[in-house]
Design a protein around this ligand. Sequence first.
Ligand code: PEP
Ligand code: MG
Length: 325
Amino acid sequence: SDEQAAIQGRLIEESRTPAVTRCGLEVPILVNVESPRDLQAIDAARVEGVGLFRTEFAYMERPTFPAVAEQAEMYREVLRHFPDKPVVFRTLDIGNDKQLRYFETPEEANPALGWRGLRLGLHWKDLLLAQIQALIEAGDAGDVRVLLPMVTLLDEVRETRALIRAALPPEMKMPPLGCMIEVPAAAMALRDIAPEVDFVSVGTNDLVQYLFAVDRDNPWVADLYQPYHPAHLRVLDHIAKTCTEAGIPLSVCGEMAGEFEGALFLLGVGVGQLSVASPFVPQLKALIRRFSQGELEELARAAVACDSAEAAHGLLHAASQRAWD
Ligand code: PEP
Ligand code: MG
């Protein structure tokens, strides 16, 4: 209707400024990007940066490995689209559902539990180092940050940091290095990992898969894939508390961050910023402006104390509905 179109137009207009809670806390909303081809559809003025650039899609869309110079140019293109804003490049997260035609790895019985993400990068170091080299070169075009996918152990982070350090000229500063939390063991060991990184980003899509032992793409067990189950909410609460204590910035880039219920919960446990698909940005910013931090904290406490996903989702949903009314 005309009225809906007018409201949507206003939300889009208002999304050009950062979201601020009723009590004055600014909540940066960043965007998830899958491919450089998506850039034209994203208005950089509506977001505070890129919270997740999934580099694997650029590799998947070609017949062979891109050379370092070619990669660097692609990363520069992304950076130029977001002048003066941080862009978080996630290193190659292939394996399992995301394969490269031109990179064959040994057959695995359980690929989701096998060679994925950083595990591949630390095995085929040339691959990781070529990408790091390209990201460093692209650093002249903007604010590059590096995010490691599928981190399981503290040692993996240390090893990667040392590799990057060794690849840099001695006088050059390390780019900010972050780790994704997608593996429950890493979530529970975050107290030890946090001091080794500059930021943390939670991948709830995989965290739910590994926490519930349920394939994120298997329709037969989709009932068991429950982002709002208190077991997952309590892990998120633990992650947020650990990052707060360590003084490490925390973001969430899984799908949950783009849902009204998810965003309310995550901000309530103390997540500092959200990274979401671009269509969700205007409404998400409008929603955040209707809450105070105290209200969000109270909601999150209530959700964590629930005994089912239905109950937790229900109370978060009711709060978002009330806000829209
Ligand atoms: C996630 O796992 O939540 C995530 C953001 O990464 P991807 O969906 O690319 O695995
Ligand atoms: Mg993931």
